[in-house]
Structure formats: structure tokens, C-alpha cells
Design a protein around this ligand. Structure first.
Ligand SMILES: *Cc1c(COP(=O)(O)O)cnc(C)c1O
Length: 377
């Protein structure tokens, strides 16, 4: 039996390994491992790709979000509206700067923030909104920017899963005030380690971000303010510059794979498939289906049964995310109750992410579809 992993970076390395090795070796030979021209070259190339004036590289997607909040002076006493159905980092950074996350429910179709509910969550303390383009699907940025403008709020886009996604022909990360990216290896543009970046059109903000990522340093050993150590390594910058050249082809493969899943799986009546032709361009970091619950109070979600049946057939699927952030023990102090954000909670019980990476073959996808059909009798 051939195992099918949720993602497989070794296939990619077979194709571009020689180029990656050459780029990394050149940095190693140069003796310049932190900062310098290699990092600047990547920042320029990435800003150009996204269509933003500035790009400030940093150590991770988490730090990108943290630095973005710091650069906008968001902190104690402030509220930031975001989705509870995301990776923990999105909310964690809001708490890290001393502000309070305010969770708004999602739409089940897109798994993204329900914009109809955002306005009701705005208070005197709200300073910013962090939309997450989850699984690669863009949020309706036109509508969100209009809401933000009326209430004078900043919009920090969490683009960690959506490098290359577009809304109305503009790349995500170029539409809000700041765009935050992760180069964690399994993201659409992944480093061979940790990495991240912030994009913005505002040169004053980018100057502050450059300072904050390097201890607040201005000049040799002078500090305007206190920052952090969050620089992107030169080796990672060199690797990312190589990989950026392949990103469009990889994202197109992901789109093709999503279309094939749609064709293969639409005959199974019990599956809720992600819409293939929703507005904007999704870059399909994940292909996430839902397996509707017959009985929401059942001991084990029906999804978990299907998941283990797939595993028996060698197919590793993933659950992103099994517990919505508003119900996590770490956020118990915020006082959210079960049932308060019902769509996010339903998604947690029903979602299943199928294998998705640019090198996934037709045969592998057929194997996944066959196993799912079998599970549903
Ligand atoms: C991966 C991810 C992050 C954090 O990125 P790291 O590079 O892992 O720190 C933040 N938000 C979302 C939605 C993510 O998927």
C-alpha cells in the first residue's frame, strides 16, 4: 500500500534541490549569515511579487504579526477583532502585546470571518481587525476595508496560508495596512526552517518594523525603543529567493488539484466540498472538506471515524482545527461559552483536510477519492 502524506516536501526537493544547495552554499561561503544583501534581495523580490512598496523580513509568521501590532502601537487596553478558527498564533500575538482578542464567528463556506458580524463587535477600544485568509482563500477585502475605514481601524492581514492569493486581482498582503506572511516549510512559500515577512505601502511603518525586528536599534549601539531579535537568516533568504521563482507554478498546481478533488468527490452526497469558483483567487494551502454531523452530541465525531478509515488505507488527513480558539483553556479567562460561536465550533467537529501539495498525483487523488467513497458505502 502506498502511503499518501498530507504534504510532501521531498518531492519538491528532488526537482529544485540542486538550486537550493547552490544558493545555500553561496551564503555559507560568503561568511555573511545575518542580514546583508541576500536578505535585501529577497525583501525586494517579495515586495514586488506581492505588489506592496515595502517588505520587512523576520523570523516567523508569528513574529510578523507581533511586530505588526507593535509597529501600530496596539497594546494594553486595546481590542483586536479576529477569527477563532485559525492557528493559535493569530490570537496569541494580540495577547502578547497586552491587548484582548475579540472573536467573531466564521462562515462555513469559506471558513473565514463572517464580515456581517464584524461591525457588531466593534467597540470604543477596538484598534484593529486581523482577517485570516484561511487555507489560502481570500477574505472579501473590499468589504472589510470599507468597514475598517468607517470605524478608523487598522487591518492586519494574516496571509500565512495565502501567499499568492488574490482579491479583485490584488495580492493579499497588499490590500490591508499591513500583510503578515509565514515561510514555515508547509506554507505555499516555505523556507527550510522558520521565516516570515511583513508587507506594507507605508515607509514610515516599515522603517519602524526594521528597527523593532533588530532590538529597536538605530545605529550601532543606540536604541530608539525596545524591540526583539527577529531577523531572517541569510541562508533562508537565499533559499526563499529561489523558491519564489516557482511559487506561481506551485500555486497553479494546487488550483488544478482542487479542481480534480471537486470532480472526484462531488458524487459523494454526504461531503461538503469547498466552493471551487468563489470570488478571488484561492491558493489552496489546504483542501478542506466537511463531514456533516448526524448527531452533534455523539461521543466521537463522524469525521474522526472517517479519518481513521482513511488512515487504514494509508491516507493521512489532518484536522485544522480541532478546538476553536475561544474555547481553548488558554483563553478560558475571556469567558466564552460553548455555543457562543456556533459555526466555528461546527467546523471544528466536521472539517477534514485532505492531502494537498503541488506534486500530488492524479493516481494519489484517485486513491483518496476511492477510500472516501468506500467509507460512505
Ligand atoms: C503558520 C501560521 C502562523 C504562524 O506562522 P509561523 O511562521 O509558524 O510562526 C500564523 N497564522 C496562521 C493562520 C498560520 O497558518
Amino acid at each position: 500500500m502506498n502511503k499518501i502524506p498530507p504534504f510532501d516536501l521531498s518531492e519538491q526537493f528532488k526537482v529544485i534541490g540542486a538550486e537550493i544547495n547552490a544558493a545555500a552554499t553561496a551564503v555559507l561561503a560568503s561568511g555573511r549569515y545575518i542580514g546583508g544583501a541576500t536578505v535585501e534581495t529577497f525583501e525586494k523580490a517579495f515586495a514586488e511579487y506581492i505588489g506592496s512598496r515595502e517588505c520587512v523580513a523576520c523570523n516567523s509568521g508569528t513574529d510578523a504579526l507581533l511586530l505588526a501590532l507593535r509597529a501600530l502601537d496596539i497594546g494594553v487596553g486595546d481590542e483586536v477583532i479576529t477569527t477563532p478558527f485559525t492557528f493559535v498564533a493569530t490570537a496569541e500575538v494580540i495577547s502578547a502585546v497586552g491587548a484582548t482578542p475579540v472573536f467573531v464567528d466564521i462562515e462555513l463556506d469559506s471558513y473565514n470571518l463572517d464580515l456581517a458580524q464584524v461591525e457588531a463587535a466593534i467597540s470604543d477600544r477596538t484598534k484593529a481587525i486581523i482577517p485570516v485568509h484561511l487555507f489560502g482563500r481570500p477574505v472579501d477585502m473590499t468589504r472589510l476595508m470599507a468597514i475598517a475605514a468607517v470605524h478608523h481601524l487598522f487591518v492586519i492581514e494574516d496571509c500565512a496560508q495565502a501567499t499568492g492569493a488574490e482579491w479583485e486581482n490584488r495580492k493579499v498582503g497588499s490590500i490591508g495596512h499591513l500583510g503578515c506572511f509565514s515561510f514555515y516549510p508547509t506554507k505555499n512559500l516555505g523556507a527550510c526552517g522558520d521565516g516570515g515577512a511583513i508587507t506594507t505601502h507605508d515607509s514610515q511603518v516599515s522603517e519602524r518594523l526594521r528597527r523593532l525586528r533588530d532590538h529597536g536599534r538605530k545605529g550601532s549601539y543606540f536604541y530608539e525603543e525596545l524591540g526583539v531579535n527577529s531577523r531572517l537568516d541569510a541562508v533562508q533568504a537565499a533559499i526563499l529567493t529561489v523558491k519564489l521563482g516557482y511559487l506561481e507554478a506551485w500555486n497553479r498546481n494546487r488550483q488544478t488539484i482542487a479542481q480534480r478533488y471537486q470532480q472526484l468527490l462531488s458524487p459523494i452526497p454526504d461531503l461538503c466540498l469547498p466552493p471551487i469558483d468563489a470570488p478571488g483567487r484561492s491558493v489552496w494551502n489546504q483542501y478542506t472538506i466537511r463531514i456533516a454531523e448526524a448527531n452533534p452530541r455523539a461521543e466521537q465525531a463522524r469525521r474522526d471515524t472517517i479519518r481513521s478509515q482513511l488512515l487504514d488505507r494509508g491516507i493521512i488527513s489532518m484536522v485544522y482545527y480541532p478546538l476553536s480558539l475561544h474555547l481553548q483553556p488558554a483563553y478560558a479567562h475571556l469567558g466564552y461559552q460553548p455555543g457562543q460561536l456556533p459555526k466555528a465550533e461546527q467546523a471544528s467537529r466536521e472539517v477534514l483536510s485532505l492531502p494537498m501539495f503541488p506534486e500530488l498525483t492524479m493516481e494519489q487523488q484517485e486513491q483518496v477519492a476511492f477510500a472516501l467513497k468506500d467509507s460512505f458505502g
